[in-house]
Design a protein around this ligand. Sequence first.
Ligand SMILES: Cc1cc2nc3c(=O)[nH]c(=O)nc-3n(C[C@H](O)[C@H](O)[C@H](O)COP(=O)(O)OP(=O)(O)OC[C@H]3O[C@@H](n4cnc5c(N)ncnc54)[C@H](O)[C@@H]3O)c2cc1C
Length: 373
Amino acid sequence: MDTSVDVAVIGAGAVGLACAARLGRDDKSVVIIERNNGIAREVTSRSSEVLHAGIYYPPNSLKAKLCIEGHRKILERCERQGIGYRRLGKIIVATDDDEIQSLYRLLENGRSAGASGLEIINSKQVRSREPFVRAEAALLSPNTGIVDAHALCRNWLAEAESFGTSLVLRADLVSVEGPGEGYKLSVTEHDGSVFVLKAKAVVNAAGLQSDHVASLFGIDPDSESYRIKPCKGDYFQLDSASGITFNGLVYPVNERSGLGIHVTLDLGGRIRFGPDAEYVDRINFTVDPKKADYFALALKKYIPRIEARFLTPEYAGIRPKLAGPDEGFRDFVIRDESDKGCPGLLNLVGIESPGLTAAPAIADRVAEILASL
Ligand SMILES: Cc1cc2nc3c(=O)[nH]c(=O)nc-3n(C[C@H](O)[C@H](O)[C@H](O)COP(=O)(O)OP(=O)(O)OC[C@H]3O[C@@H](n4cnc5c(N)ncnc54)[C@H](O)[C@@H]3O)c2cc1C
């Protein structure tokens, strides 16, 4: 491995890997530093794997623009490289008049943001798409789909490696010196030894630790509003003996902090419900089986036949949120920190959903910024 490179990418989740592949294409020498013993073991591996259409985010926000752009790029990549995906379509359901008003607001927002193919369907159309769902109306997003996130990440890594990128696993960035001619990054390996990597530029794609990594460069996460507020989401699996089936993704409307406890399918056809949204002080991935009652209650509103006994704890993910409970919308932070005395440092902070969908578009943005420095 080169100990002196153009770009060090901190973190081998979807975002870091997409960035490494993109920067390799630009002829940059790249090393990826990852503290786990494999790629995509944190936020990326605990998502719903949904390719979002960009309905919810304010028009012109990074979340909206990069979601729509990233979605298109991922579909092209999946087609070209044989990565598994399915365009299942999604409905957001309304169960009363107030919720129908919310659907129309979402329709308007999604169209202004550039999401394509959106339409309102009536209760009969909902039932013919999803016989187990009861709703007065729904917003149909035909282009929403699911993807094999791990295959996608492996594909980005393979592309990055084809350009000579090295991935260093079990390697934790612990301190930073610089800037001088770039940065000297001290990285602790699994055996306790430390190596120093020199990099002209650094992409901080450290997910839940992106605020901490920014602080290693002397940036105060609190004064810059980079502090991550971890928000846990649990999933439960549906017992196939329940007899309940779904043909696509089904979401409630009018939820806070997340998209509501919804129905997702994976490429193997397994059905899961979640994630809920619970702000937490520490990272903990256990799913409390007692939550099954609460999940069943939330789901019963639009899936009358659901029972808590059909639900088994599956897994949990943690969102790297910038907005705390009941705070307003926060966009992705994708920022060159030259004006804070850190030229060549790109902080990617608050890359929560739709970060998987947006990853290749985030990578393009990173490449453009680095090319302009
Ligand atoms: C419950 C849940 C559901 C979601 N569903 C969807 C969805 O359906 N669709 C969608 O588009 N998005 C979804 N998302 C969001 C999406 O998963 C994330 O935005 C995306 O995966 C973030 O990727 P990342 O590379 O930024 O983070 P990560 O995958 O967490 O990668 C960051 C990496 O940095 C490493 N790291 C951290 N600190 C250091 C250090 N000091 N040294 C070395 N390595 C370090 C970590 O080990 C980690 O591997 C969901 C997220 C959650 C939590």
